[in-house]
Write a protein that binds this ligand. Structure first.
Ligand code: PGA
Length: 268
């Protein structure tokens, strides 16, 4: 497991974007060989998406031979609803890059048979050859996608009823009305993310500091689902200084001492 500590949110976002860019370049994708990315929504990855768009606009990065799979989607809100993850992805990323919309996969929260939709999403990932790099954010309770505390650490893509806390936290996006917040979502499982060749988790801000501590300094627990990546052969946590506030000084010092190695991964 690697922990990359940057000064602030902007630096962490830029580092993550450069990492993705270099991974894609190194893979040399083409018509016979697509690079497969797993993608998150939320406020944390916005800075990374912005940078990736910049690289694309500067002619330094193409998504022509990239396939994407998003982590989750609400059930029962139209895909053009401003809070749907379809809308988020289109507005914040896809409309600015050269990805073929047929290669940008999102779970359909309005599918007539939701279980079938989840099973077919898993199959689409398998048919694409699996995810090369799964990028995720986490919640302050250590959730990854909608795998909230208590979720099985071997879970697959499925329908989830959202915890009351999550519904209340999300009410701010629905005019403060909890009744308007979807009560269910479709989400990849922890096992789905674990199957990726590589996992990169973005963690920024003091509100995530306790979750980062639980993720890397304590044992694996289904009450902090992100902690499961301790067992992933290639897990990378990218964070800012604020997110390290609950870590031991020794941990921070150890990983900062390796930054010269990590930075080789993001060279221009
Ligand atoms: P955030 O959400 O990036 O908006 O903090 C992350 C999450 O809850 O998974």
């Amino acid at each position: 497991m690697r922990l990359v500590i940057l000064d602030d949110y902007d630096a962490a976002s830029e580092w993550a974007a450069k990492y993705v860019r270099n991974r894609i370049h190194k893979f040399k994708p083409g018509p016979e060989k697509y690079f497969v990315l797993g993608l998150p929504t939320g406020s944390t990855p916005l800075g990374m998406y912005k940078k990736l768009i910049e690289f694309h606009q500067q002619g330094k990065l193409s998504f022509k031979y990239v396939k994407t799979f998003n982590m989750d989607e609400y059930v029962g809100i139209p895909s053009d609803h401003p809070e749907s993850y379809h809308y988020y992805m289109y507005e914040n990323f896809f409309k600015h890059i050269d990805i073929d919309p047929a290669n940008a996969h999102l779970l359909d929260g309005n599918a007539p048979d939701l279980v079938k939709e989840c099973d077919s999403f898993e199959k689409r990932i398998t048919d694409a050859g699996g995810v090369h790099l799964f990028i995720g954010g986490i919640g302050p309770d250590g959730h990854i996608a909608f795998n909230e505390p208590g979720s099985s650490l071997v879970s697959r893509t499925r329908v989830k009823s959202l915890a009351v806390d999550t519904i209340q936290a999300n009410a701010r996006f629905f005019g403060g009305d909890v009744n308007k917040v979807p009560k269910m979502a479709l989400t990849v499982g922890v096992g789905t993310v674990m199957d990726a060749d590589e996992v990169m988790i973005l963690i920024t801000g003091v509100s995530k500091a306790f979750a980062l501590y639980k993720a890397i300094e304590e044992g694996i627990s289904h009450m902090w689902t992100v902690s499961t990546f301790q067992q992933h052969p290639k897990a990378l946590f990218v964070c800012d200084e604020d997110a390290t506030l609950e870590l031991r000084v020794k941990t921070v010092k150890y990983f900062k001492g390796l930054m010269h190695v990590h930075n080789q991964e993001v060279q221009d």
